[in-house]
Ligand binder design. Structure first.
Ligand SMILES: [Zn+2]
Length: 452
């Protein structure tokens, strides 16, 4: 603190520009690194973008049904901490904004709010922090007009966010492997398979391995037949160009997966949920998780696992270490940097060569922790083990999260360059690796999906 002050004072006395720790983003080194990172045609390893006509965020307005400013905020991560005024009965923007403009009062410092600001700034020329009523009205109209067809969405993702490929985790329809966009890479979301001890356990027919089996005329009477059905699903996922597995069980239960004998899982299989204790169901799921780790290796589908913030209790990635160690041929990808356990995530990746870190969503959760995490991970693990993803649902969210991530990585790297920890050229290399090359290396099949 004291030495920074002395340097700043000396700089003022000498009348020269002194780069202090105040804001590295104003430095030339940051500007150069950021430009290089912006130029990388990104591979976004995690998003939830639906087919254009199935985007669920539209509301009824006097001009018809469509997306607007309400849609963007109501489907943003801000709703996790802050209540957004519901769309009013009279369907009028003026009614909504009169109340909604106060919704942001306590949120303006949060990353859940700030990740959308680059979208308003760069795509619409609007500073949302100081927006007035007239500008808000115009912004709303422009968003509505932009979503009359899919051109805006494609333009923002491909040209403005500069994304070449995007992994799409279809949690609304898990067992279909469609590619709705040229840039879309399908992901096989196995969350509902893990808990499917009985047809009554699967929330919807779209997510049910039993409905899948019926369609294929495959029996599910015994546990071994059920496991056969899961193999067929894996074969179809591979054939449909699925690139990896994804589990979001951290939202539902602990990540503590014990070794369970097949007989104990079989004893739970087929029994109705009312007859099964929580402990028995956990045994079934634990067995299935280990089983899917084996299939992940067999079918060369790396396993993306949601770790960190979800339920928080039971979502520490340290709980996965025994499974990781016992399955050296399975490639584990720890999602969200394990937030808030970013240091633990780095330690796991340092110790285990079959672990990658995906920083998707992390800058949106906490920009400050994300910057620290990139720096700590680069201290601890090789530069080819870190990836990123926007993890959002519409053009504005994807642009905002992507821009925030590029900024965060550039800021983390510039500080390392300024401190003499890495060269500037090496910072450019790391930027390319995190934004693109690491994904191509971990998922070699992506190379034949490149299209730009
Ligand atoms: Zn996600």
């Amino acid at each position: 603190m004291r030495s920074a002050y002395v340097i700043a004072v000396c700089g003022m006395l000498l009348g020269v520009h002194v780069s202090t720790a105040a804001d590295i983003k104003k430095s030339d080194v940051y500007r150069r690194i950021k430009l290089k990172i912006d130029a990388v045609r990104a591979i976004d390893t995690h998003d939830h973008l639906r087919a254009f006509n199935k985007m669920p965020d539209r509301v009824d307005t006097p001009d018809g049904r469509g997306m607007n400013l309400y849609s963007i905020w109501a489907h943003s991560y801000l709703t996790r901490t802050t209540k957004i005024t519901p769309w009013p009965q009279d369907r009028s923007f003026a009614t909504w904004w009169k109340s909604a403009k106060h919704d942001f009062r306590d949120a303006r410092a949060t990353s859940f709010y700030r990740y959308l600001l680059p979208a308003f700034r760069d795509l619409y020329g609007v500073d949302f922090d100081s927006i007035n009523d007239d500008d808000a009205k115009r912004l709303n109209q422009r968003i509505f007009a932009n979503y009359q067809n899919d051109r805006w969405l494609l333009d923002v993702i491909i040209k403005r966010a500069n994304i070449e490929l995007m992994f799409i985790d279809p949690y609304w329809n898990r067992l279909q492997f469609a590619r709705d966009y040229q840039f879309a890479v399908p992901v096989f979301n196995v969350t509902t398979i893990l808990s499917a001890s009985h047809p009554g356990r699967t929330p919807s027919s779209r997510d049910s391995p039993y409905v899948f089996a019926e369609r294929r005329n495959l029996p599910t009477g015994s546990f071994s037949e059920f496991l056969e059905v899961i193999e067929v699903l894996f074969q179809e996922a591979r054939a449909a160009d699925c690139i990896c597995l994804k589990s979001t069980q951290a939202y539902l239960r602990t990540l503590d997966y014990q070794v369970v004998d097949v007989k104990d899982a079989e004893a739970v299989y087929g029994r109705s949920p009312e007859e099964v204790t929580e402990a028995e169901q956990k045994q079934f799921e634990d067995f299935m998780f280990w089983h899917l780790c084996r299939l992940s290796a067999k079918y060369e589908l790396p396993f993306q696992i949601h770790t960190g913030d979800a339920r928080v209790q039971g979502s520490n990635p340290m709980l996965l270490v025994d499974v990781i160690e016992a399955n050296p041929d399975t490639k584990f990808i720890l999602f969200h940097g394990g937030y808030p356990w970013v240091g633990e995530t780095g330690a796991i990746a340092m110790k285990h060569k079959n672990v990658w870190i995906d920083s998707c969503w992390l800058p949106t959760l906490s920009y400050t922790m994300a910057k620290r995490a990139y720096q700590e991970w680069l201290d601890a693990v090789p530069a080819d083990r870190i990836m990123w993803g926007a993890d959002t649902v519409d053009a504005e969210g994807i642009y905002g999260a992507t821009e925030l991530t590029r900024q965060c990585i550039a800021e983390a790297l510039s500080e390392k360059v300024e401190k003499g920890e890495i060269t500037e050229d090496y910072a450019y290399q790391i930027g390319r690796q995190i934004m693109r090359e690491n994904a191509l290396k971990l998922f070699p099949r992506l190379n034949r999906m490149l299209w730009r």
